[in-house]
Design a protein around this ligand. Structure first.
Ligand SMILES: [Zn+2]
Length: 468
């Protein structure tokens, strides 16, 4: 039986990204679709030779060729902070209006998440993933909450990720806000899923231990979680060499209220508390980090903790502007997420630039810094969990997008960011490939029944809105 196990993409303009972004014309990408890995990039005159070599060494090999003329070929985008479950909030008008961030949580998100059933977890995820495929986002680090359907919820989300074919890291949002029993269930759900990911040794799904935020997690709950994670990490390093130490994924000083409540209860600032409780580290993600002082930035840098900036969400919730310039200067690894405001990373990138400029009242700041969050730091962050990802280089995961683009002006490695922000951001994703598998080609989803998924989501979200 012959199998299409090599994919060749030729004729396009390749932007490799990575530490040194190269713009390659008259080159082809060769992908091993079985392993989901990029085999190499060869000059166009060597394509026939390279293809012949593939056929010679494996007589069962079949080669599929994609012509990328009129397109830019680049790595898929990474969204480093997301909430799939919020898909069902689109168009919901029943939430009471809110005057501040705490009211937004109480009137919308903490009402919605309580009503989620397991099927809602699956379908809200599937909807977000379809949108992600269309926008060229191929890896997503998600943060899930469904306090009255905790057990098995991450496997439901994972099922959708596997069915749609993307790459994701999942976690459950531990919190004491719904009582001790649900907090315990949150700890177990995280641990069960982490064990499942380690045991199945998958390269599409990864796990973190999710925590909501300092202000909703009591001291004994946080300590119990950290102890259990530590015990599991030492156990799993014996079980599997590939198991990285387990990190946490937590909202951190998103609103001033997180600082105020934490200072009142623990006489410490949020990052100091997370440091003392040993939550920080290079596998831990702190989302937002809007309200930090100098000492907190130092602690994040010292522990090599990841910070994820979510500018559209911060503007939407009116919580403030994260100082990505100061954090970057300190050496904090800052990435870009959307906090479910969108799955479109170029839209988020543009917002990141504009808000820094407005906030600093300076029309010439943060362009390179903001772009680096997306195209340099997000791949570095994702590589902490997956290995080489987010660049087109031999051995990296074959997560690749093709965007329609005839450069209207000179395009080279020096001005690529300008084309990304002002050109490609206005263009359309034509093809999305994850793990060497084509999920969308010629703007058509491949093997995904969007109409069926949307119809079922409509049914479920109607019922959810009735319960809201
Ligand atoms: Zn969030």
């Amino acid at each position: 039986m012959t199998k299409k196990n090599k994919l060749v993409i030729k004729g396009g303009i390749i932007a490799t990204l990575g530490e040194e972004n190269k713009i390659l014309r008259k080159h082809a990408l060769i992908i091993d679709t079985q392993r989901g890995i990029i085999e190499g990039i060869v000059p166009e005159e060597k394509i026939e030779e390279a293809i012949q070599k593939i056929i010679d060494v494996t007589d069962t090999a079949e080669v599929q060729v994609i012509n990328a003329a009129g397109k830019v070929v680049m790595p898929g985008f990474i969204n480093a902070h997301m909430h799939f479950y919020s898909s069902f909030a689109c168009g919901l008008t029943k939430a009471k209006s809110s005057k501040n961030f705490m009211e937004v949580l109480e009137n919308l998100w903490w009402r919605l998440d309580k009503k989620l059933a397991l099927d809602d977890c699956y379908y809200s995820t599937a909807l977000a993933l379809i949108a992600a495929i269309k926008k060229g986002t191929t890896t997503i680090i998600d943060h899930h909450a469904s306090p009255f359907a905790v057990r098995g919820s991450l496997l439901k989300v994972a099922e959708a990720v596997q069915a749609l074919g993307l790459r994701a890291s999942l976690c459950y949002e531990l919190s004491d806000r719904d009582g001790a029993e649900i907090a315990s269930a949150g700890i177990e759900e995280n641990l069960e899923f982490i064990k499942w990911v380690i045991a199945s040794n998958r390269n599409d799904l990864k796990a973190l231990f999710g925590m909501h935020a300092s202000f909703t997690i009591e001291a004994k709950t946080m300590r119990r979680a950290v102890e259990r994670v530590r015990a599991l990490s030492s156990q799993s390093s014996h079980l599997s060499q590939s198991a990285a130490p387990v990190g946490f994924h937590i909202h951190c000083a998103e609103d001033l209220a997180d600082q105020e409540i934490t200072i009142k209860k623990y006489s410490q600032r949020v990052v100091e508390r997370l440091y003392q409780e040993q939550v920080l580290g290079r596998h831990t993600i702190c989302a937002h980090a809007v309200h930090l002082n100098e000492r907190e930035r130092e602690l994040l840098a010292e522990t090599d903790t990841v910070v994820i900036h979510n500018p559209q969400s911060n503007m939407n919730n009116a919580v403030g502007v994260a100082d990505i310039l100061k954090m970057s200067e300190k050496g904090v690894c800052v990435g870009l997420g959307t906090d479910a405001m969108t799955v479109n990373m170029l839209e988020e990138l543009r917002s990141a630039i504009w808000v820094q400029r407005l906030h600093n009242r300076h029309p010439n700041v943060a362009f390179v810094e903001a772009a680096s969050l997306l195209i340099k730091n997000n791949p570095r962050i994702a590589s902490r969990y997956w290995g080489t990802i987010g660049e087109l280089v031999a051995g990296a995961f074959a997560d690749i997008i093709l965007m329609d683009y005839y450069p209207p002006t000179e395009l080279n490695a020096d001005n690529f960011l300008g084309h990304l922000v002002f050109g490609l951001a206005e263009s359309t994703v034509d093809t999305t490939i994850v793990n060497g598998k084509i999920l969308m080609q010629n703007k058509q989803l491949v093997g995904i029944d969007e109409e069926r998924i949307a119809a079922r989501s409509l049914e479920l979200s109607r019922k959810l809105w009735e319960r809201f």
